[in-house]
Every structure is written in C-alpha cells, then in structure tokens.
Design a protein around this ligand. Sequence first.
Ligand SMILES: [Fe+2]
Length: 500
Amino acid sequence: MKIAVVGCSHGELDKIYDQIQYTEREQNIKIDLLLCCGDFQSTRNEADLRCMAVPPKYYNMGSFYKYYSGEVIAPVLTVFIGGNHEASNYLQELPFGGWVAPKIYYMGYAGIIKFRGVRIGGLSGIFKGVDYMKGHHEKAPYNENSKRSVYHIRNIEVFRLKQVSEPLDIMMSHDWPRGVYNFGSKEYLLRNKPFFEKEVNENSLGSKPSEELLFHLKSKHWFSAHLHTKFSATVPHKSGDNETEVKTNFLALDKCLPRRKWLEIMDIPCSDDSMELSYDLEWLTILHLTNHLTCSKATNQYMPGPSSDERWCFTPSADEKEFIRIKMNNDLKIPENFVKTAAPYDRYNRSGRIVQPDAVANPQTIALCDLLGIRDPMSNLIDYCVPEIALSPPIHSTPERLDSNDSTYISFESSFASDSGSSVCGSLRSSLSNSFTCSSPMNVPKQTKLSFPSIRKTEDSSSSADFIPFCIDRTGSDVEPSPRKVFKRRNANLYSESTE
Ligand SMILES: [Fe+2]
C-alpha cells in the first residue's frame, strides 16, 4: 500500500490534502493512508485556540474545523500523533486514541493500531524531564504552565510501549529519538540547521525516552517532525540471530510550508485488504494490565521494576491476549463513533470575548474504557464516577479476577456504538443522568449520583445543535491571564524550533 507521511501540519490540512490529491493525479497512484507526525492543531473553534501553547499572534484557525464540522470530508484516511502545538483540551478527551473528525484518527498519548495488517505505533508530545515522572494532572482551562506541561511525555506511556514484544512496522514520535543523527549525515543536518551543532556534539538533541524506544521496538520505520528539517538515517540493531539484519529506517520531515520537504510517499507491504483501522490486541492487553498505573496527580510516580514485589513485566501472555479478545467481543475494528463535543467554528458568526472551555469527557473514550475495563483519565480528573478504590493495585491484572458483571465502570447501552451522533449523545446522556452503583472490586458498594451541570455557553458555542453538551463546572481553576500579560511574559523563543 502507499502511505503519505508529513512532518508538522500546523493546521494546514487543506494544503496537505491538496498536495496529496495533486500527487495522486500526477503519479497515477492512490494513497491509502496519511500519517502526520504532530503539531496537527485540531482546533475546532476559537476557544480551542486558547488552549494551544502559542502566543496570541499565532491564533490562526487553520482548516481543521471544516473537517470537524462536516463541511468537508478528508479525502484520505488520516492518522496523527500530538506534538507541542495542539488543541490540548480536545486531545485530552482521547487519551487512548479516537476520531477527532470523520476519517481523522488521533493515536492518543501513546498507542498501536493496525491498518491493512501494518502495525503502526505512536507517541504524542515532546520530552521534558521536569514533567516526565508526573501523572496526567492537567485539564482545561489551563494556566500558562499547564498549557505547556500537558503535552510533555510521561513515563507511563514509555513504560507501556516497552512492554510491546511483537514486531512493529511503523513508529511515530513528534520529537526525534536522541542520537538518531549519529546514524545519518550529521554534516547534512548541520548544514541545514547550524544552530543544532552544540546539542549534536553533546548528543543531547532529541528525546531520551524515544531513543530507548527506538532500540527496544526496533520498528522497520520511524517517522518524526518537530525540528523542521528533512533528515534520514538507518539505525542498525543488535540481533540474536546473526543472519537476520534488523534495522530502522528513520525519516524526519519539515513543516508544511512552500518549498520545504514536508511530504514523503512510501510503499509499505501490507497483508490484508481491509481499509479500516483496527485496535492492536497486544496494545489493548497492555493497557488493561497496566490500568492501575494510570495516575492523575502532579506528583512523581514510579513504574514497577525488577526489585518490585508487585508484577513489573506486562508483556502479555497468549492467555491474557485471548481474554482481551473475548472482552472486545472478538471485534477489534475501531468503531466509527466520532461525535462532536464542542461547537465548530463559524466564520460567518464571529464572537467577541473568547475563553478556554471546560474539560469534557469524550463518549469514544468512555466506550472503550467500559469495554476494556480501564479508567478514563479525563473522567477521573473531572470527577465523573471512578471511585478512589479503583486506584488500588491490579484490579484486573489477571483474567480470572475480572468479572464481566463488574460495575466499577460506567456501562452504556449497546446503542452507544451507533454511528449516529445524536443517538450516541442521547443514550449517553440518559445513561449518565441516572443514579447508578459503583462497586469496587472489593465489593464495597458506592453510590454515585451523576448530574449534568448547566451548559456554560461560550460565545462561540451557539452555532451547533449536535455536539455533546456536558461540560463540567469550572472549580478552583486558574484564571487565564490577559493576552497582553501573556504576550509580555513570553518571548520570541516560545514558538521557535530550538526550544519547543
Ligand atoms: Fe513541534
């Protein structure tokens, strides 16, 4: 199959799709899949722009909102990871991946999916040591700190990816694996980006966790963006079998601008004809087995290791994977259950004062978590229903302990998987509106009453009738500084490529 890979999209979806369709016509080919390596900027409206870590002068709507609203449909199935310039409030709704628009799929904080038998992994965000050990504690509305820390890579995602043992075809990370330039032409890189010389010579350019994953996963291809230049390298791996040469073809691409090298078309061998995205069984099993490690606190959390009393290796056994396959009803197809959770931008009805929206739980995530028996970090943050006792160690770490009648997590009507946004919205709303019982795995009953706060209408939220209208009241959150203060506080380096 033919895949197209792009570097940083920066909200330029129209231009990317135009170029892809032009290439298809010119070369008489059909591109099956588009992979975007971050800075996708899936901003649905002007309120989402306020959640993006850029100075106000870069508040540009881009073209994603047209694909979100349904005004236009993506001409090619699109899969992307997050970078450091994103509508973080929207991406946080989908920590385990999900549709941000019809035919446009986000991979979550980290994830592995399959397309036509090709196994594709992704790690969103960029590495910053100061936040690496923390839980995903951020939620909208953000302050100036959390607006940036929200996209920093966390150790739990890297730990989960390190449990993967089955071969990976493609891996994507926004920032480059540290040291990958040692396997390509450093001279070429420094000719294009001379200001990287110090970091290259000190071997400090790029992400250390991604470097570890590069040598653990040994994927056939690794795609990155972020540094806004094209660069390729071939990374050899040690192999127990001397006769098999294992290597990773690394490719970084530029950002989507005229005369930049931001697009690459590749032939990737595939093993089936299905044109739908599928969940990956090993990855789902890892998510299930490591559910107890999910943390929503700003304190450091440590992943278990060989000296731990508890289980520390979560590479799934055949039985554990089979258990998850049954739990998924033997159906690994990713459901096309996109639903709007905010009103799309209306360019004919601009509003006045725009504020950051409140955090929202996404029905796609809730449905997957319910099916898989794991917690939704965002639901947890906004105090939906996950009882504190769910934080205790491996509730479902072994198949025999998992009870299909376990009501720890919200269960929804089967109609939830419907393609219809309105029916999804309706069933979800009616399910959540009812009082229900949350019983812990220790059979300690908990009564939790869910209620829907009144919708706090932002100025730009009036134009759509079919978005999910359940927002959470803002309590104890930081007040967003005025744009003028923000502008003073930040300097020109904020949006430069040398820092974030
Ligand atoms: Fe970036």
